[in-house]
Design a protein around this ligand. Structure first.
Ligand code: IMP
Ligand code: MG
Length: 179
């Protein structure tokens, strides 16, 4: 792919870096107010949530550990196949933790529905979900996050951790992908 082809797929900026930063600051303050000094474990779902995780963890002031899981929902082009697989699990036993799952986007809801079931069965002290983006129009499984920073229409988006064919994760903003 040429650089021109690569860039031509970035249709338009949907959410700027400044808008993301402002919402993350608010989310960090909200998390601080809920946990009120109690230690938390932020669990990021790789790979898409790695950028959001890096910024969100620096916006909280309560004692905070971080953990990673890798969940793959297989994509053919820009639509989900419905198959969710945990390809890398957490290293921590979460029994003694207040856990917050940090996700990039909720689309059909299948990934988080599965991850939440899995982690709930491990009996953490508490379990909440924060997502950067939410596409409620696309839901197949009834799932609602505890915190959702932006609700977006049914567009395939890239940037700030989100990919198309593994590209565009490093864009500092969220853009609409020109399929
Ligand atoms: P769900 O299981 O359908 O809710 O989707 C979960 C995963 O699909 C997300 O964690 C993303 O990695 C990916 N995904 C869903 N929508 C988009 C999008 O618009 N752009 C990039 N990845 C997406
Ligand atoms: Mg993801």
């Amino acid at each position: 792919m040429t650089t021109a082809e690569y860039s031509s797929k970035i249709k338009r900026v949907l959410i700027t870096k400044e808008e993301i930063d402002a919402k993350i600051k608010e989310a960090g303050a909200y998390i601080d107010s809920i946990y009120d000094g109690r230690p938390i474990l932020l669990v990021s779902i790789l790979k898409g949530a790695f950028v959001f995780m890096a910024d969100l963890c620096r916006a909280v002031s309560v004692p905070c550990e971080i953990g990673f899981m890798c969940a793959k929902s297989y994509y053919s082009g820009t639509s989900s196949s419905g198959v969710v697989q945990i390809t890398m699990d957490l290293e921590q036993d979460i029994k003694d933790y207040h856990v917050i799952i940090v996700e990039d986007i909720i689309d059909t809801g299948r990934t988080l529905n599965d991850v939440v079931k899995l982690l709930r069965a491990r009996e953490p002290l508490s379990l909440k979900v924060v997502t950067l983006l939410d596409k409620p129009d696309r839901r197949v499984v009834d799932f609602k996050a505890d915190m959702s920073l932006f609700t977006i229409p049914d567009h395939f988006v890239i940037g700030y951790g989100l990919d198309c064919g593994e590209y565009y994760r490093n864009l500092p903003y969220i853009a609409e992908y020109d399929a």
